[in-house]
Design a protein around this ligand. Sequence first.
Ligand code: NAI
Length: 398
Amino acid sequence: MVEFEQKLRGNIAVSVNPLGRKQQVLNHIDYVKSQGSYEGPKKVLIIGASSSYGLATRISLAFGAGADTIGVSFEKGPKSERNLGTAGWYNNIFFKEAAEKEGLIAKNFVQDAFSNETKQEVINYIKNEFGGKVDLVVYSLASGRRTDSETGETYTSSIKAIGEPVVGPNINMQKEEYYTETLEPATEQEIEDTVKVMGGEDWERWMKALKEADVLADGVLTTNYSYLGSELNHPYYGHGTLGRAKADCDEKAENINELLKDIDGKAQIVVATAVTTKASSVIPFFPVYCIGLYKVMSEKGTHETPIMHMDRIYREMIYGNKSEYDEQGRLRPDSWELDSDTQAQTKALIGEINEENFTTDKTAYALFYKEFSNLSGFMVDNCEEQNVTIEELKALEY
Ligand code: NAI
């Protein structure tokens, strides 16, 4: 039997419990079902479907709205007992298993979404086996690298400030340490490269390719998840390299709106709330913001996990009647996070967090750590099944 042990390198999970991931996918399906069903899209393509926001979107649309889904992701399977692959690999498998049990199509493409070949293969699949058209395209990629298919050049993103260095507190979950970090400003090249990786160019390429191939239904919607945050994280996020990449997505949304005009399509930027994910745990200072913010939001009853947030966005906002937009037309489900009293209390609390108290009940460290552990299948509620062999894991197919 495989032994599961949670291992971290800093704030990066380097081990996985596949059975924990299975249970977590089932827990999320139960959550969506407990909210009832809703009228939504029936044929959905999700680019970046295997974890956090993309996976939560897929679960809500499949089990809430009865959608058939195609998921594109970049994950690794098991090689040995010591190298079980990535959490997203198992998320794809167990999502598919559960969706197929309910008669839904759940097709997984585990390959580079940035490449032209992947785009072409997905298009062929839509044409030949998925009914010919999709009515929703979700772009939920988070990546540190991108190879541009047109030029063959590879770009690396940087999470850095712009202009001035930023000094602030951070935590290391592996060592349970609270320390001061300095984030250096990015060079012009680093800013440009981050925009290449995390900006909207590839989103626009996907939409152009799908449109040219005539696989977009009339009235198609495409969503892209952004983050704006508040003055508490502007210096390292909104006004940093990632903020530039998100601003590029706003621009590309306008191009896509132009592109989709003749089929009454729409590109929608969704400014999502701060949540614990593989990507957000490694943003400097962000974990400290989260342990302050979650404490305040939990007490107010407004703290959400990705499944709660995405289910609310699609069920109540996009396909419901509770949408809130800003003057730029972006959907703003992050209004709970940015609520002025929530932000004021978070600011005050973060000012009191220090190396002595950061893991105590004064903060939401325990909650953040549990949510982080859940991402790799540890500390998952109701997870009792523990026995599996490496052969059984290797035999699982996505
Ligand atoms: P994540 O790291 O949990 O998921 C990223 C997904 O992208 C995974 O499915 C992964 O397999 C896929 N992916 C990465 N590189 C790929 C490639 N080359 N080809 C195919 N698939 C690839 O990320 P998370 O946090 O769910 O982020 C998704 C989006 O949501 C990002 O745009 C992020 O900026 C945004 N967002 C995140 C927030 C947060 O607090 N985590 C807040 C607001 C927005």
